[in-house]
Design a protein around this ligand. Structure first.
Ligand code: COA
Length: 172
């Protein structure tokens, strides 16, 4: 049985005077994901995917768009033209007290506050779900994501033997 689409989580926000629809991802967003990926640099895609994946395949897009809206949640920001301009994702840990976040903003639209807006909305959602903390893995060379996380109150943790930084923010 397919999960019920959580339409109560749809909201409109203003970003630089433009209306954006921030809403849970839908199965039908696969084409929008592929189109958005064309506006993302290889470096940004690699940062998002932690160096793990070289191409945005149909299978990967299916993994991103087919979610249960419970253990996994993802929000897209959609422009008035219907283009996906940013995506956030939150995956609950097995302990159910914490969750891992990920975010990407189209490379051509960065440095204009969209990352801050989307990550803040995701943190609000995580707090509403009752998670005690949200964490993320960021490539050690990814200065922009590290800075964004620091600005939003995440603390850096140490991870031995891997080129990633674990950032964590307590919500309660
Ligand atoms: C990280 C990311 C989400 C930031 O999105 P954004 O829309 O540029 O974020 P904002 O415009 O809100 O900027 C927030 C802060 O991020 C930092 N930042 C953003 N771009 C930066 C850059 N090119 N260099 C240094 N810092 C940068 C700054 O601290 C900035 O604040 P400032 O403009 O006041 O200096 C975006 O760069 C991105 O999608 N990167 C690729 C994917 C990724 O790395 N995801 C994180 C791991 S899952």
């Amino acid at each position: 049985m397919s999960p019920v689409y959580p339409s109560h989580l749809i909201r409109q926000v203003l970003w630089r005077g433009e209306r954006l629809l921030v809403r849970p991802v839908r199965l039908s967003d696969a084409a929008g994901y592929a189109a958005a990926a064309k506006h993302c640099s290889l470096e940004d895609l690699s940062f998002r995917l932690l160096r793990g994946v070289r191409e945005i395949s149909q299978a990967l897009i299916a993994r991103f768009t087919e979610i249960d809206y419970d253990e996994t949640m993802a929000f897209v920001a959609e422009s008035v033209k219907g283009e996906i301009v940013a995506v956030t994702r939150l995956v609950q840990d097995s302990c159910r007290r914490s969750a891992e976040y990920a975010i990407i903003v189209r490379s051509d639209l960065q440095r204009q506050g969209l990352g801050t807006l989307m990550q803040s909305l995701l943190l609000d959602y995580a707090a509403g779900r009752g998670f005690e903390e949200v964490w993320g893995l960021i490539d050690g060379e990814n200065r922009k994501a590290l800075k964004l996380a620091a600005q939003l109150g995440f603390r850096k943790g140490f991870m031995a033997g891997v080129p990633f930084v674990r950032v964590v923010k307590a919500l309660s």
